[in-house]
Design a protein around this ligand. Structure first.
Ligand SMILES: Cc1ncc(COP(=O)(O)O)c(C=O)c1O
Ligand SMILES: N[C@@H](CCCC[NH3+])C(=O)O
Length: 433
């Protein structure tokens, strides 16, 4: 097993953050999301330390959509990160966590009037405009409130990436942002520049998620520098900030080849500096927005094994007490995960299982085929590397209650999100009279 962060095996059992996973099950139940606090903070520091330049201010924004609650927002704040939100709900959460509004970047491809209003009322630092309609609403709101707003524009550089088509964002048919190669985009930016209420500071792009090929990021930086040069000529001034988004790929299963951040980030920084020089631009700030790579390998899900059903000689189902409601990535993207029996860590794998959940869907399969020690009902299954886009994409389908989220550190456990109860499920329901 690839042991991430503080994971260790003691007496046949997996420990995370110095806490026995069997103890976690006993105290908090399953399914359970377990987050390794020390490893997450270390990763936050890896980003801020290695993405650092002498020629520009480097900003690391945590893309909170990957995994958000008050606790992780608190950790991002403690580690001096900026933060990216894409909805009123994410904005509300990070504000409640005490984030400085000036350090918040508000994304989203269809912000509503109410969301823009909320952002302006709360003095959010930067709004990234995705379309003309958002601008019209923003302009109206700013006039009404007699305010100005720092603004960036999301542009699409049409880069093909080596990732699942559902998580590519810059192919020309993507719904996100403005096409960089259309004259209308430049016209739009000139409109912003002429608007006294708008402080247009620069451009943003995000080429997709779970990308392993560093060449895609280098190409993106080059295209953005080239566009910043065109803007410099058109506006007669430098843009202040270029935001290059996130998308850094991570390990899920053998064969995945993630970027080594301690090597990649300094090379990326040097590349950005060199393309800036090549195009004769000198923006003051360059930002990146890692989501998945900040948290994925430092979160795991624990399940209790229920029925084991042998359907054919080569097909045995292992059914667990969660499923696609706590991790919809396998069903949605055919995403692959590894799994281990956290209570039988030293036993040799000798059987093959198809791990499925308990939801009423044939596609509720977490892992197509995994080799494990001989398993029995009551065993403790762990799927590592579920820190990103599992909890944040979880649902109440089949009226499943969402699992609790705990953070473990130095032998201590803190509940960051309590387990939902059946009462929570009907909290907003009205009884039919
Ligand atoms: C605008 C933007 N920034 C950042 C991210 C974070 O991406 P990732 O989790 O792949 O780092 C996303 C999601 O893909 C995004 O849409
Ligand atoms: N939710 C996706 C990534 C989307 C990234 C957000 N733009 C995943 O789990 O891979």
């Amino acid at each position: 097993m690839k042991l991430f962060g503080t994971m260790e095996v003691k007496e046949n059992t997996l420990y995370i953050g110095g806490v026995n996973t069997e103890e976690l099950r006993k105290n908090y139940g399953t399914p359970l999301y377990v987050m390794d606090e020390v490893a997450i903070e270390t990763q936050m520091q890896t980003f801020t330390t290695h993405f650092s330049s002498n020629t520009f201010e480097s900003r690391v924004l945590y893309a909170s959509k990957a995994f958000l609650n008050l606790y992780i927002a608190g950790l991002a704040k403690k580690n001096n990160l900026f933060i990216d939100v894409v909805s009123g709900g994410e904005l509300f959460t990070v504000l409640r966590a005490g984030f400085n509004p000036k350090k918040i970047y508000f994304h989203g491809n269809n912000k509503t009037y109410d969301e823009l209003n909320f952002a302006i009322e709360e003095n959010v630092g930067t709004i990234i405009l995705d379309n003309q309609y958002e601008y019209e609403m923003l302009n109206g709101l700013l006039n009404e409130k007699d305010k100005t707003q720092r603004v960036m524009v999301r542009v699409n550089p049409d880069i093909d990436t080596d990732t699942h088509k559902y998580i590519q964002t810059t192919k020309e048919d993507s719904k996100f942002g403005f096409n960089m190669y259309k004259d209308e985009t430049m016209t739009f930016i000139k409109t912003l520049e002429a608007d006294d209420r708008i402080d247009f500071v620069g451009i943003h792009c995000h080429i997709g998620s779970q990308i392993f090929d560093d060449a895609s990021f280098y190409l993106e930086a080059k295209k953005m520098a080239e566009y910043a040069k065109q803007l410099k000529e058109a506006l007669g001034r430098e843009v202040e900030e270029i935001n290059l988004g996130g998308g850094f790929g991570v390990y899920y299963t053998a064969g995945d080849t993630p970027l080594d951040l301690t090597e990649f980030l300094p090379k990326y920084t040097a590349h950005i500096e060199s393309v800036f020089q090549e195009y004769g631009i000198s923006p003051k700030i360059v930002s990146i927005e890692p989501g998945r790579s900040m948290v994925n390998n430092f979160g795991s899900t624990l399940y209790t094994v229920g029925a084991i059903k042998k359907m054919a000689e080569d097909l045995t189902f292992m059914l667990v007490d969660g499923g696609m409601n706590d991790n919809m990535r396998p069903a949605m993207y055919e995403a692959k995960y590894e799994a281990y029996l956290a209570n039988k860590m030293n036993e040799a794998p000798s059987a093959h299982y198809k791990v499925a959940g308990k939801l009423c869907e044939t596609g509720d399969v977490l892992i197509e085929d995994v080799q494990l020690p001989e398993a029995a009902p009551g065993d403790l299954l762990i799927t590592p590397s579920t820190g990103a886009y599992a909890y944040s994409m979880s649902s109440n389908y089949n009226r499943m209650t969402r699992p609790a989220v705990v953070f473990v550190k130095d032998g201590e456990t803190k509940v960051a999100v309590r387990r939902e109860t059946y009462e929570d499920l009907i909290r907003n329901d009205e009884v039919m009279e």
